[in-house]
Design a protein around this ligand. Sequence first.
Ligand code: SAH
Ligand code: SF4
Ligand code: F3S
Length: 476
Amino acid sequence: MLDLATNKVHDENRQGEAYAPFELDPNSYKKRFYIESYGCAMNFADSEVVASILNKEGFGATRNVEEADLIFLNTCSIREKAELTVRKRLTEFKKLKRARPGTLVGVLGCMAERLKSKFLEEEKLVDIVVGPDAYRTLPGLVEEAETGQKAINVLLSREETYADISPVRLNSNGISAFVSIMRGCNNMCSFCVVPFTRGRERSREAASIINECKDLFEQGYREVTLLGQNVDSYYYTSANGNEQSTAVTFAMLLESIAQISPLLRIRFSTSHPKDITDEVLHTMAKYDNICKYIHLPVQSGSTRILQMMNRTYTREWYMAKVDRIKQIMPDCSISADIITGFCTEDEQDHQDTISIMKYAQYDYSYMFFYSERPGTLAQRRYADDVPEEVKKRRLAEVIETQNRLSLESNKRDIGKVFQVLIESESKKSDQQWMGRSSQYKVFVFPKGNYDLAPGSYVNVRATDCTQGTLFGEIVD
Ligand code: SAH
Ligand code: SF4
Ligand code: F3S
């Protein structure tokens, strides 16, 4: 399932998807590539950039790994488990390489950046290693690897945003698309590997973002999700000849995209609680097509732990931010990321997390137990001292709390009418549509005798629910 928050794409349904753009005539392929993506939405968006770069060189994609000349894994380093999955997958490719000599295997993305040439040394299975800022050099690296050299480029850049590359929309439903607006991260959350794998923060030229959104709308897309590790710090300046330099903030960017068409919905992810401004909240409130949903990772409810995590806000500051969101947009849903068992976390810290979840009444959360990552501030400074079974028990309690909150949130919606954007037929019945409300909640409802299709907007009254889905009926 394609999901908004950066980490939800760890979802089993999304993980390891193979992509096949359809534009190329199969007979004109120079080579066939297969690409599997792991990690956050940004990594999936990057795979679409990679496919575009390879397409231009005459490489065609295949969904069938067994007929691929080039096999790429776009990898994630966020937790140890993500890396273990990739290593397992690489050993599976060993057989394929044996059966088809000449097949090249490339590791892209965050794990390539983290491990660099170690990959080529340790893993006899890997021929090409490319970091997230070096995808333009991929065709040259493939050529090098074909001559038997080990090909690697893991240079990080302060400028690269791939602004001019039109991503090939892979496996898209034709309704929703990801649009990268910035790359990298300048925050130094002590648990997090991303600043090391993605480099310094940089914002993509505003005009190229707006044009991409316009093109998508004209092609029939009805929803764009603006992506960045920290979208609220988006800031683009350009000096234009003798003219004064212009600066575009995230709120200004949102407004420009909202004005493309009232029929184009806008979502974004991720917001750092310290950076989301009133200006952004007021812009969201002003436009119906900017979705009333904010992913606002809290990580922990304990000020002491938040300080050790280097999140730069306190429990009270975060709670005030939640109040402000609800004050400006009473119908706005909020989700969070939560880590249990961070270094030194005790039962009181854990209870603080549970209580902040209840305070914020999260509609959804993405929940993890702490996984120490090599090279991070936390790994260098603090002992990973919470036993694994304690981390897991606390995670189970956090998940149970969230399940209750999600169900309560859905129950509060029963009887109300929501504008739903239809995405597809429901999985269970071709007589039902599946779509989402502005609040990102999933709705399933009978088609009835209406002339509707994916991409249509329809008003639906919620009549029943589970923790994950609202059921309803179309209202005229
Ligand atoms: N840029 C986003 C999220 C990036 S990673 C943000 O700042 O919110 C997505 C989530 O993975 C994080 O919010 C965090 O909850 C989780 N995460 C990151 N590093 C982790 C680690 N070492 N162990 C467990 N979870 C981690
Ligand atoms: Fe990681 Fe923090 Fe940057 Fe998010 S804001 S990517 S958690 S360092
Ligand atoms: Fe994303 Fe994983 Fe990299 S979450 S930024 S792919 S470490």
